[in-house]
Ligand binder design. Structure first.
Ligand code: AMP
Ligand code: ZN
Length: 151
């Protein structure tokens, strides 16, 4: 155990507390970090530098119509903060993801999707190349309206 000596229970407890604090710090950093990516089209839309047809906006979320809709209703919900994909989310992002998912049905109804169960909508999160993700800023597709759809 060399210089540090053999761990005793008190040391182990402080080590565990230290690791918990470190973990919390990493989660917080990932939740506030990477706020903006200069080369990201959705960051530019979130910042208002590129126009979009807005569906909804609050402090942390933006929803806007997809530029190439597959269906009568097709909009995207994004966090304003740059998160590259669903694969980049952390436990600290759980509330953000929950807000996006609970917003989806409200906005779907607002944008004209027919009510469940005869109506409804599809929620899709393409993740990574093999997942079909083209824009690498987390976005949730909300797609609906009377069929047929393009995809
Ligand atoms: P994904 O394949 O999941 O990455 O989807 C990216 C989506 O973003 C596609 O459906 C595009 O049509 C849409 N999109 C790309 N650029 C814009 C833009 N400037 N405004 C609105 N939607 C966009
Ligand atoms: Zn971005």
């Amino acid at each position: 155990w060399g210089y540090w000596g053999a761990p005793n229970p008190a040391n182990r407890r402080s080590l565990l507390i230290f690791l918990k604090i470190l973990n919390a710090m990493i989660e917080t950093a990932s939740a506030v970090g990477h706020a903006h990516d200069d080369n990201c089209i959705f960051c530019k839309i979130a910042a208002g530098h590129i126009p979009s047809r807005k569906v909804y906006e609050d402090e942390e979320l933006l929803a806007f119509h997809d530029i190439a809709p597959w269906a009568p209703v097709h909009f995207l919900i994004i966090p304003k903060r740059h998160i590259a994909s669903l694969a980049h989310t952390q436990p600290a992002d759980a509330a953000l993801l929950g807000r996006i998912l609970t917003l989806a049905p409200q906005l779907a109804a607002q944008e004209g999707c027919n009510p469940y169960p005869a109506g409804g909508f599809r929620v899709q999160i393409n993740t990574g190349e093999e997942g079909g993700q083209e824009v690498h800023h987390l976005h949730v597709h909300v797609i609906g309206g009377p069929r047929p759809w393009k995809k």
